[in-house]
Design a protein around this ligand. Structure first.
Ligand code: PLP
Length: 360
């Protein structure tokens, strides 16, 4: 598939310079077709018949396998969820953190991770990594680790600036449980869960699936209590609710994910070309260089696929004006930045439209 052919898959690119996969990725025609087809099948076959059940279970299995292989994980170590936020809640609640425990995180985390930490009862210690050299991040985070630290919880790629955090190094150096928020990494760049204990996936961002979809990798399902059981938690249940958990990470599946959404996600996973990560990295650097010609750009090169910059006017107004001119980006409240997301579908013309749009 050439880059031009790849772009042709996304109807939104006919109208917009779409630069906001960090929030929601563009939907490809095969994804939309798979969703329609599955919805039609469900209507025509009737949900709840034997064939429907079997096909639904097979669909869950295939999606689990495809997402797992993308992050170099075994399918048995993956729970299907509806978001990264779900994944963070499952881990933080499942660890049973208590007052007196400490969690170390950074000052550039998304509410999807911060809210589960905030309600955990643990003390949250926040390392200052925002807009600091990436090379300092490991040390800044490590300096907050102490005898009461029960968890390191941070993003692989910061949603604000795209900086990549040294998550594997932190695991190696602390041997503490590490929860990685993978919302801005999976689908944007090569990911290997490596030694991480828990790693979340968002389906609707860089993987270009419909929402709400996600996954949670866990190295050892036995390390977590099932704090929010869904039907999928149990392999057998007693009248009083006592249950035998399912084997493996499936016990943490969050619920009955709608089959058209799963079918759409499977199609989206199949659509991604082999060259996606190289192309995304190249166009991100092009975007960064081009914007740096006229604006202050946050962070440093060679990181994730997000580029944040200081616009001349108010960031929210700038994003609204850009939208009106056919360019989709977002502002990041409280930072003074506008953020552009560069995916494998992005081309130089999209970046040109962004720059021309801001100047106008
Ligand atoms: C770093 C990060 N974590 C978590 C989230 C929330 O993701 P989800 O909607 O999949 O819970 C986002 C969404 O923007 C994000 O950027």
């Amino acid at each position: 598939m050439t880059h031009e052919e790849a772009r042709g898959l996304f109807p939104v690119l006919e109208r917009y310079a779409y630069l906001n996969a960090g929030t929601l990725g563009p939907l490809a025609r095969p994804t939309l077709d798979a969703m329609d087809e599955r919805a039609r099948y469900d209507q025509e076959q009737g949900r709840g018949g034997r064939a429907w059940f079997e096909s639904m279970l097979e669909l869950r299995t295939r999606v689990r396998q495809k997402v797992a292989s993308l992050i170099s994980a075994a399918p048995e170590s993956l729970a299907l969820t509806s978001s990264t936020t779900d994944g963070c809640n499952i881990v933080v609640a499942g660890l049973g953190l208590r007052p007196g425990d400490e969690v170390v995180t950074t000052n550039s985390e998304h509410p999807g991770l911060l809210l589960p930490l905030a309600v955990s009862g643990a003390t949250v210690r926040v390392a200052d990594v925002a807009n600091r050299p990436v090379a300092e991040a490991g040390e800044r985070i490590m300096s907050l680790v102490g005898p009461k630290t029960k968890l390191l919880a941070l993003s692989h790629v910061l949603w604000t600036t795209g900086q990549v955090m040294p998550v594997q190094q932190l695991k190696r150096e602390t041997r503490l449980p590490v929860l990685v928020d993978g919302a801005q990494s999976v689908g944007a760049m090569p990911v290997d869960v490596g030694e991480a204990d828990y790693y979340t996936v968002s389906g609707q961002k860089w993987l270009c699936g419909p929402e709400p979809l996600g996954a949670l990798y866990m190295r050892d399902p036995e390390s977590l209590r099932v704090a929010f059981p869904s039907y999928w938690a149990q392999a057998g249940i007693e009248p009083d609710g006592t249950f035998v958990p399912r084997d493996n990470a499936e016990r943490f599946d969050t619920g009955w994910i709608a089959t058209p959404m799963l079918a759409g996600w499977e199609a989206a996973l199949d659509v991604r070309p082999d060259w996606s990560f190289e192309r995304a990295a190249e166009i991100t650097e092009h975007c960064r260089r081009t914007l740096a010609g006229s604006f202050e750009v946050a962070g440093e090169p060679g990181q994730g696929t997000l580029v944040s910059f200081v616009p001349r006017g108010d960031p929210a107004e700038t994003a609204a004006e850009l939208y009106a001119s056919g360019v989709v980006v977002r502002d990041l409240p409280g930072t003074g930045w506008v953020r552009a997301s560069c995916g494998w579908w992005t081309n130089e013309d999209d970046i040109e439209r962004l720059v021309v749009g801001i100047r106008a």
